[in-house]
Write a protein that binds this ligand. Structure first.
Ligand SMILES: Cc1ncc(C[n+]2csc(CCOP(=O)(O)OP(=O)(O)O)c2C)c(N)n1
Length: 513
């Protein structure tokens, strides 16, 4: 078996059966091998940022890795932004990058680059395959490294001659690791604090923000009055009917600090002490009060949900009812704003939907309206690097073909990886994209003031305004093969969004907010 086939078969032996790729000459053996290894689903993306973001979205929804296949240093370079987001999401990703054949490398040919150096800052594990015979073992090691826990980007660099040479048998199946519970001492310490102190909060991140962890956290809240807070950039939060709501830490530090002002102790569950997104002149970066004490109930990569259940038992907390939140009412005759988009999405979201949220300055206006929606999963931008929402939607739809995916996309952000629309169309994914078209880098208006950079002069305005020329999302979307329409007011948006939810398949709505 040649190396390329050995790698694909090793991935399959490890349950990795999706490869998001944008190949070149050094990866031709992999492309050819796809016809001999039909069990591997290969999905083409037209820009590597889409491959990386889709692998992240897939991992968030399945807990396991997809593979990428990227072309040399430049292909990896295009993927870095979304690999950065995947790293912050703690998503397992097997990131396969082709390399020149070993004899060719010395000549510094046009595509030669230090791929390991490109990979290292976004990867938790990097290895260049040393010889063809090591291919199977190296691929298994990459899967094991990706799985963690916590999950990480494992970059496997494959010289072309090893992919075309005899490589021997495929590598072993690695045992899928279980997340470990914390030590009893951590649970006892948290229970003691909750029993004896008043202003205690639990900050949930990672897997603790899914149904099991949330239900256990609600029991703890019921028994102790502790506040349940959510890490703002956790990879996946289950929300809506049937799961308890949590307080999400706001974006701006003053609001976040005000929300947390009374806290004397914060118990961290798969989360770190919260910090603001940016540092501003005269503002501190930490969000909890300066004298707040911290305990770790579960570290990142541990079983936060299991730890919360243990804590609830320790406290003798009864299973509580999940408070009911009404579905939002549809806006009537209102202007089309981020809030009316939020109410409409909240009203129509079907059970089991997945929301890829890159709504940037519209996020605060939309978020509360989804609390009363049907049960769904919310996937935010984890690493602040925009251009993630559409690719994450692709990966989530590939992972969960029977769940509706809704991508809430600010127009500026959507322009970083619009090629994702082509993959949505080609794979006929059940994705509804809502473009929040304010024709501006709106958040930068606010940030300009906050950073003390000063007033927006006419030249600065040109760096923030997106009206000259205007992006036409209906034409752009159709150009990528996704049927689209424009909504100019709330009534049009309601009609179009309802229709998109009722049909299966790709659809884009440009909401002129
Ligand atoms: C990769 C990357 N490049 C640039 C930025 C800086 N940035 C943050 S938000 C933003 C503009 C966002 O505009 P849009 O997506 O239209 O959202 P709006 O603020 O209008 O809601 C930019 C350029 C970033 N976060 N990531």
């Amino acid at each position: 078996m040649i190396g390329a086939e050995c790698l694909l078969r090793t991935l399959l032996a490890n349950g990795v059966d999706l490869c998001l790729m944008n190949p070149g000459t050094s990866e031709m053996q992999f492309v050819a091998a796809l016809d001999r290894v039909p069990e591997m689903r290969a999905v083409l993306a037209l820009q590597e940022g889409v491959c990386a973001g889709a692998a992240d979205g897939y991992a968030r929804m399945t807990g396991g890795p997809a593979a990428t296949l990227l072309h040399l240093g430049p292909g990896l370079g295009n993927a870095l932004s979304n690999l950065h987001n995947a790293r912050k999401a703690l998503s397992p990703v097997v990131n396969v990058v082709g390399q020149h054949s070993t004899a060719h490398l010395q000549h510094d040919a046009p595509l030669t680059a230090d791929i390991e150096a490109f990979a290292r800052p976004v990867s938790g594990w990097v290895r260049t395959v040393e010889q063809a015979g090591a291919m199977g073992e190296a691929a298994s090691a990459a899967v094991a490294a990706a799985l963690g826990p916590p999950g990480r980007v494992a970059t496997l660099i494959v010289p072309a001659d090893f992919s075309w040479s005899e490589a021997g048998d495929s590598g072993p199946a690695v045992v899928r690791p279980r997340r470990a519970l914390p030590d009893a001492g951590q649970v006892h310490q948290a229970a003691k604090a909750l029993r004896s102190e008043r202003n205690v909060g639990l900050l949930l991140g990672g897997s603790a923000l899914q149904a099991r962890g949330l239900a256990a956290a609600e029991r703890v809240r019921g028994a102790t009055g502790a506040r349940i807070l959510a890490h703002r950039y956790a990879a996946r939060t289950t929300r809506g009917a049937g799961v308890p709501a949590v307080e999400r830490i706001p974006y701006f530090p003053e609001r976040a600090q005000a929300l947390l002002a009374e806290l004397e102790r914060l118990i961290l569950v798969e989360a770190r002490p919260p910090v603001s997104f940016f540092g501003y002149p005269g503002t501190r970066s930490t969000l909890a009060p300066e004298n707040c004490a911290f305990d770790v109930l579960a570290a990142e990569g541990q079983d936060g949900a299991g730890a919360l259940e243990w804590l609830a038992e320790e406290l003798g907390a009864a299973a509580g009812e999940c408070p009911h939140v009404d579905r939002p009412e549809l806006p009537k005759g209102d202007a089309l704003t981020a809030a009316t988009v939020g109410r409409t999405v909240g009203a129509f979201l079907p059970e089991g939907a997945i929301v890829a949220d890159e709504s940037v300055s519209s996020a605060e206006a939309i978020w509360p309206h989804l609390a009363g929606a049907a049960l769904h999963d919310h996937l935010p931008v984890t690493g602040g690097s925009i251009g993630q929402g559409l690719p994450v939607a692709v990966g989530a739809a590939l992972a969960c073909p029977f769940r509706k995916v809704v991508a809430l996309e600010a127009d500026g952000s959507a322009m970083y990886t619009p090629q994702a629309l082509w993959t949505v169309a080609r794979e006929r994914l059940d994705v509804t994209v809502v473009i929040l078209a304010n024709r501006r880098y709106r958040i930068l208006d606010i940030e300009m003031q906050r950073t003390g950079a000063g007033a927006i002069g006419p030249r600065a305005e040109e760096m923030i305004d997106l009206t000259d020329p205007e992006l036409d999302w209906v034409k752009l979307s159709r150009g990528f093969g996704v049927e689209a329409a424009r909504a100019a007011n709330a009534d049009e948006f309601i009609r179009q969004f309802q229709a998109a939810i009722q049909q299966r398949g790709p659809r884009l709505i440009e909401a002129a907010i």
